[in-house]
Design a protein around this ligand. Sequence first.
Ligand code: GN1
Ligand code: MG
Length: 378
Amino acid sequence: MGFINLLSMFDTVNHDNMFDDILKRFGLNVAEYQTSPFGSGLINHTYKVTGNNEAYILQQINTAVFTHPENIADNLAAVKRYLGKNNPDYLFVAPLQTTDGELIVKSSDGAFYRLFPFIEGSHTVNFLQDKNEAFEAAVQFGRFTLLLNHFDIKQLKYTLSDFHNLQLRFDQFKTASQNADAAKLAQAGAEIKEVYNHFDILQTYNQAVNNNEIPLRAVHHDTKINNVLFDDNHKALCLVDLDTVMPGYYLSDVGDMMRTYLSPANEEEKDLNKIHIREDFFRAIYKGYMAEMGDILTETEKQLFIFSGKLMIYMQGLRFLTDFLNNDVYYGAQYPGHNLTRAKNQFKLLTEYVNAEPVFKNMIGSVNREILAAANQK
Ligand code: GN1
Ligand code: MG
């Protein structure tokens, strides 16, 4: 943490240091490139490498989280092979190979890195203001799972086991609350109560997954808006941050879009009054995702569309709260109580979301009627 803060004090990292060895492995003449911190992910550290009229993205994998980085490389290689064969025009941003044909490089201090091409003319959106961008993103995440519909997901390794397993997240929260000191428990009293107020979410989740009511699919698992690259005309170009591509439920992808696109204020917002639901963004997500996945989702999956948002908002609230109780070991904290503030934010979002459910139901009905009418006209 301290180290990365130090780095960002300088705009550019002089390359005669830590990254030289890594960039050399990719055949780059390091004297020609400069490296600077890039992006805002909480888990991996990302840099942009520029020079020689080209650009790359260099990323250090957080191996405290991804304990088997080779699984990430294997997954992306398998998906790349499949898409390259079946959908050659699809822009899949896979890591580049070193001159030795490796997809991941271990630096002398034991850290793991990979290098991606920088997609020219692309930019990321950190604050979603345009519902068409929400639509574009939803199309991209839907298309990804659609194109992999016949890909054998047994080829995918779990890069993080039980990543979106809500029962496990709940159990981790329980353990954390048993171990936390009294002061922290008192501070988090209202949020702990919220966990139990929304216990029905855990029950619905368990019902769906324990009875195999919904299928596993190849999903992205991190659908926040800055994991989609856009062009200057606000059209989505492709997906990035593919480390958590693995078998999972479509609920993860749609639900995390709900969690991160619907409110104009993001998970860092301390002023809870700024958190509210932009209903037209829900409509955009539904239209975009269903345009791709509408024909392959099962009826049971479709019935859980609105539930997906509750699932992911609740899960993130649990995760932030758990980390607060665990002294911020996972997400880190920029100020005391940071993860409790994030948890409060997510539980406020959950309340707003639940209140909007009747509106969401109506919207789904009206979009479905539109789709049907359009189909009848053909
Ligand atoms: C982490 O690193 P980043 O910001 O892409 C986390 C997500 C959370 C998110 C919350 C591997 O993602 O699951 O939703 O923080 N990723 C991992 O901001 O834990
Ligand atoms: Mg991520």
